[in-house]
Structures are given as C-alpha cells and as structure tokens.
Design a protein around this ligand. Structure first.
Ligand code: PLP
Length: 367
C-alpha cells in the first residue's frame, strides 16, 4: 500500500454553487429536516493517487460525480466513512464534537481496508470547510444539527483484486432534526440469528460493507415489528455485541454501568467513549466486559438490570424497552426510558450544544 504523502500546505479551492437552493425552499427544509434526505449546496472533494498523494482539495457545488464503471469500489466495496455533527452553540457559534476522534477512527478504518490514510488535520479542515460553506443550512428546529458524512472510496478503474491506487475523499452535509423531541421513546430490538462481524473481520472498521451485510437482518427486525437489530458474537452466538449502527450500555441497580468491550468485532463509538467518561463522573462504576443474552434476560427478570440504552452520533442515546429473539421476549424496567439514560443523554447533548461546561476539550469551535 502506498504511504501517505506529505500534505502540509494543501489548500482548498472554492467554487461556490452558481444556483444554490432558494432561501424560502431552504427555510422549509430547515423547519422540518428529518434525517439524511436533503443535502446542502456544497461538498468537499480531495483526490489521491499513488506516487502523488492527496491533491486538489476543493469545495464545489453539490452534485453527482462521474465514476468509471470499473471503479474498484463498485466491485469490491473498498469504502469507508465517518459520521459526525456540527452544532450551533447557545452563543450563536458553530462547533464540531471531537472531530479528531473521527479523524483517528477514519484512519484506523483506512488501514483495515488497505486504503491510504488522510492526515488528521486535513480531515478536520475538510469538515470545517464543508460546514463553513453551508453555514446557512443549520436547522431552525430545537435539537437540530448539521450531520456530516466524510467518506473515501477506491476510484481506480481496475478489476484485478488488490488495493486500488486511486481514491477519492469527500464530505457531504445534511441538515438533521432531533430524533426524539423530548424524552426519547424506548425502542424494541430483535436479536438476529445472523452475525455482523467475525473475529479477524472488519467489525471495528466503519465500512459500507458491514452495513450491506446488516440489511437483511435489519429488514427482518422491521418486518417482525421491531425498531433495531441486535447482533451477538459470531463465535459462540452468546455474547451481546451491538446494534446495526449503535453501541449498547447496561445499567444495574448497584450503581454500575457496563458496555461490551472492544474486542475487534465492535465499532468503537465516539458516543460510547464519551458516555463512559460522563458515567464515571456521575459516580457510576464503569465496566467494559462481556455480557451474555441469557444473563441480560435473567438480570432484567430479577430487577438487577434496570436500564439498557443504545448510543451513536445520529440518535445520541436511545432507551431499549423490549428485547425479542427466537426464544421469546423480555422487557427492561418498565419498558420506557430510564432515569440514568435520560440524565446521561441530557449531559452529553448539553455539552455538545455549549449549554454545559466542556471540561474535556471535546467541543471544537470553528466559527
Ligand atoms: C458509527 C457506528 C456506531 C456509533 O459510533 P459513534 O461514533 O458513536 O457515532 C456504532 N456502531 C456501528 C456499527 C457504527 O457504524
């Protein structure tokens, strides 16, 4: 694999959209943005070629891209992505939440998929350029944010099987509403017979391929009337790993909180990592370890387990109320959102929006 070229001094050219979305049409979207359906006026592109490194960083009008039909990504799925949000702060400024953590994870994913790394400062600068180009696209609804999707794919036209020699990195942005307005409703999850990630596989990388493999189990969960799919480990089909796109936490009556440990088959969520820190600050005993489906069911029945929640950038913190598998189903607590779940959610959201003091240097102000 090619080494990453020195990119210090790479500057972004800007090509403003000649016909951006009209102000009244944009205002309509921003009043009710939903999630992932509307995109802003601009996008960032940076190209990579072996021997040349990263080059041609640019902000351009949002729109379709031309791709050779033999581009390796279309055949062998050499693609990775990230997801983070920009927030309007209480004082009117704009901030990203822990963008260096996304940059680091992006490069960890790149290494696993045999792709070139993008210098961390270039990743963060690309995201910053994207947000500033479209700073009129922040939702006006409470709890709104700008969802950012940096991604990289193999663009080389070549059907042989080896790491590609050309790549494209892009950032697109989408105004996002609040998943849940006040007090998130508890979701129902289906424990899949399919697995998501095997030891030695790509479970810890944020790659499109993991999601492609999760679509049938997710559709199955939906058709059975559940909101999310849960995956157990691939080797023993016993240990709880994570949901299709969110990490899990278990809250116990002795003041402890547990999340599955990062063994290489679980995606290391930045929300997960932030909540581990916040939970410890709340005085909880924080544990990362294994937890079996059977134990979970027994602890829910005995009352030892009082809350379960899922977490990720998009929905922040989502309470789990019901768990169903082929062996039957069980309810957690009263089936509604738990107290600690709500407390941690409020704390995290408050920090992200500049309403609660950021004592960890997580909030990265860009305007
Ligand atoms: C992105 C993702 C998460 C959550 O990560 P965050 O950094 O908290 O958004 C969890 N699981 C999977 C499979 C993911 O792709």
């Amino acid at each position: 694999m090619a080494s990453t070229a020195d990119t210090t001094g790479l500057t972004f050219t800007r090509n403003p959209h000649p016909a951006p979305v009209a102000a009244d049409a944009r205002a309509q979207v921003l009043a009710n943005p939903g999630f992932g359906t509307t995109f802003t006026d601009h996008m960032v592109e940076i190209d990579y070629a072996e021997g040349q490194g990263w080059h041609d960083a640019r902000v351009v009008p949002y729109g379709p891209i031309a791709l050779d039909p033999a581009a390796a990504v279309l055949h062998y799925a050499q693609e990775i992505f990230e997801g983070l949000k920009a927030y309007r702060l209480a004082d009117g400024g704009i901030a990203l939440f822990r963008p260096e953590a996304n940059a680091q994870r992006f490069n960890a994913s790149a290494r696993r998929l045999a792709m070139p790394e993008l210098p961390e400062d270039l990743f963060v600068e690309a995201v910053r350029q994207q947000v500033l180009a479209d700073k009129d696209w922040f939702p006006t609804v409470e709890g709104g944010s700008m969802y950012l999707r940096p991604f990289m794919f193999a663009s080389e036209a070549f059907l042989g099987v080896r790491p590609a020699r050309q790549y494209k990195f892009m950032v697109i942005a989408s105004p996002a509403g609040n998943y849940f307005k006040s007090g998130a409703p508890a979701v129902s999850i289906w424990v899949s017979d399919y697995t998501r990630a095997a030891p030695g596989g790509t479970g810890a990388a944020k790659c499109g391929g993991n999601y492609a493999a999760s679509l049938v189990p997710t559709a199955e969960a939906f058709s059975r009337g559940h909101d999310q799919v849960l995956f157990l480990d691939a080797a023993e089909h016993k240990w709880v790993e994570e949901l299709g796109g969110m990490n899990l936490f278990f809250v116990f009556d002795d003041g402890s909180i547990l999340t599955p440990e990062l063994t290489g088959t679980i995606l290391p969520g930045i929300t997960r990592s932030s909540l581990l820190t916040l939970a410890a600050e709340e005085g909880l005993t924080v544990r990362e370890g294994r937890y079996s489906l059977d134990q979970w069911k027994a602890d829910a029945a005995s009352g030892k387990l009082i809350e379960t929640f899922a977490c990720g950038t998009a929905a922040v913190v989502t309470p789990v109320g019901k768990v169903a598998s082929r062996d039957g189903e069980f309810t957690i607590g009263s089936g509604g959102p738990g107290q600690l779940t709500q407390k941690l959610r409020q704390k995290l959201v408050g920090i992200q929006r500049g309403e609660i003091a950021d004592t960890h240097g997580w909030v990265s102000r860009i305007a």
